[in-house]
Design a protein around this ligand. Structure first.
Ligand code: SF4
Length: 344
């Protein structure tokens, strides 16, 4: 759409050429994503940062933990900028670094080797804590491979912060439910009873994504009743009861492929963030019918608007870059590198 902001953005992109790269997560709205050079899910975007050697400025349209990851993987001299630095992630906020560290110390005080595996939807402090405890990070795309990686390295795994992704991944690996426990992290871990948890292989942090929590098993059942031929695909941040009733579940990139590979004429109900579902509906219009399982919007992803992006680009040389304290970045990168190494 040729808005005044779009004209500003296009002019700055022409002027700056290859020295400016705009990256955007799939959950960004259409008015923003149309201006991105690279779009993807968390794993794809993290992988691509290291290939951007000609870029002086990397503008990251997403939420803060993604921009932090890009900043930690960027080369010296590259400036990573977030158009909406206040855009956090409700799920990431459920696992602050000092609490994760306190919980891990308590769980390992008796010598038990617990390997932490943090979803990338965590801030840099949590990633650093995880690295110091011998763990790594994962995305929704590689969670099964990384959970297997963590299980091979210890007596148990602490998966944080998304208990739904943890349960759904454990289901893929066939890890029995009675070997899992959602832990109580209240009182800086004081409520934990490590002895009672010794029989549990997978300890799950009690966090979740508020956007994906809105999808319910009843919504899937209603689709089955209304349109028995329709397909249902959901993100693994949904509750296990939702994933269990869907035809398929996977990362945003998986969902994009699933819709593209569905038969012509298919109706597909999608359980993930609304911006992506609406974009898929537009892209497949006339060939496949794509609908949200229920409309569910991430208010933090929505903080990056076309207007905010244009203002950021106009101010690019003066704007404060995303930074992570050196000691935190050094350790957090170790956790990220372990993932990139394990999932080449
Ligand atoms: S969709 Fe969920 S996990 Fe993603 S940024 Fe929003 S709150 Fe966080």
């Amino acid at each position: 759409m040729n808005t005044p902001h779009a004209q500003t953005i296009a002019a700055i992109r022409r002027q700056r050429g290859a020295s400016l790269v705009i990256m955007g997560h799939h959950y960004q709205g259409g008015l923003v994503i149309q201006h991105t050079d690279l779009r993807g899910d968390s794993l794809e975007l993290a992988r691509q940062v290291r290939g951007l050697r000609a870029a002086r400025h990397i503008v990251f349209c997403g939420v803060s933990f993604m921009a932090e990851t890009a900043a930690m993987l960027a080369a010296p001299g590259q400036k990573v900028v977030s158009p909406a630095p206040e855009a956090g992630c409700v799920m990431a906020d459920m696992a602050p670094g000092p609490l994760a560290d306190a919980v891990l110390r308590r769980l390992t005080a008796d010598g038990r080797r617990i390997i932490p595996l943090a979803y990338v939807n965590t801030d840099a402090h949590v990633k650093a804590v995880v690295a110091r405890h011998g763990g790594s990070v994962c995305t929704s795309a590689n969670a099964p491979a990384m959970l297997r990686w963590a299980l091979e390295r210890g007596d148990g795994v602490l998966f944080l912060p998304d208990k739904n992704l943890g349960h759904n991944t454990a289901n893929i690996l066939g890890l029995r439910e009675d070997r899992r426990a959602v832990i109580d992290v209240s009182g800086m871990g004081a409520a934990l009873d490590p002895a009672a948890l010794r029989s549990k292989t997978l300890l799950l942090w009690p966090g979740m994504c508020v956007v994906h929590k809105r999808f319910t098993a009843a919504q899937v059942e209603a689709v089955r009743h209304r349109d028995p031929d329709a397909l249902v695909v959901v993100h693994p941040e949904c509750e296990p009861e939702v994933v269990g009733r869907a035809d398929a579940a996977g990362s945003t990139s998986f969902i994009i492929r699933y819709v593209a590979e569905a038969p012509r004429g298919a109706a597909i109900y999608v359980g993930t963030e609304l911006n992506l579902v609406e974009r898929l509906a537009r892209e497949h219009e006339g060939v496949r019918t794509v609908r949200p399982l229920t409309p569910s919007h991430c208010r933090n992803m929505a903080k990056t608007t076309e207007e905010v992006l244009a203002a950021t680009l106009e101010d690019l040389d003066d704007i404060e870059p995303v930074t992570v304290p050196c000691d935190v970045a050094r350790d957090a990168v170790v956790a990220i590198e372990r993932m990139l190494e394990a999932c080449r």
